[in-house]
Design a protein around this ligand. Sequence first.
Ligand SMILES: N[C@@H](CCC(=O)N[C@@H](CS)C(=O)NCC(=O)O)C(=O)O
Length: 160
Amino acid sequence: MDNDQVTLLDFWASPAGMRVRIALAEKGVKYEYKEQSLRNKSALLLGMNPVHTKIPVLIHNGKPICESLIIVQYIDETWKQSPLLPSDPYERAQSMFWADFVDQKIFDLKGKMIWTAEGEEEEAAKKDFIDCLKLLEGELGAKPYFGGYSVDGDGDQEKR
Ligand SMILES: N[C@@H](CCC(=O)N[C@@H](CS)C(=O)NCC(=O)O)C(=O)O
């Protein structure tokens, strides 16, 4: 895997991009970072992600992988050291459920709404946003990590 060519098309402030950068850092994968303009999209970005034309895109040995959650799964399956997702299928599904919850409820609905809404609508969005964070906080409970107790990603289920 040492000869792998890994490139990340990203934008510094992107939460989806950060997800991928954290996964690559946890795995110790070396990669070339290519900052992208979201206003003036490069031919490379349009060519690598023609469907959504969004960052992040991971390019592994010339082949693009798009959508941050799919990229994280790909990274976990390609570089096996320091597993990110639990090996147990049920625990794995739960991890994906909460990651999807963050995308659907926190990024898409509440995040954008708080930026754009005004007055009562903004107040309602803020309340919803805090309720979502409380839900996540409740799910985390007293565990040090979202997926369990251990840093090696096995979920350490007997301690749950
Ligand atoms: N669901 C996507 C979301 C990616 C996304 O929204 N990327 C934004 C930057 S944070 C983007 O490229 N925006 C440009 C556009 O919408 O044209 C993922 O998880 O990768």
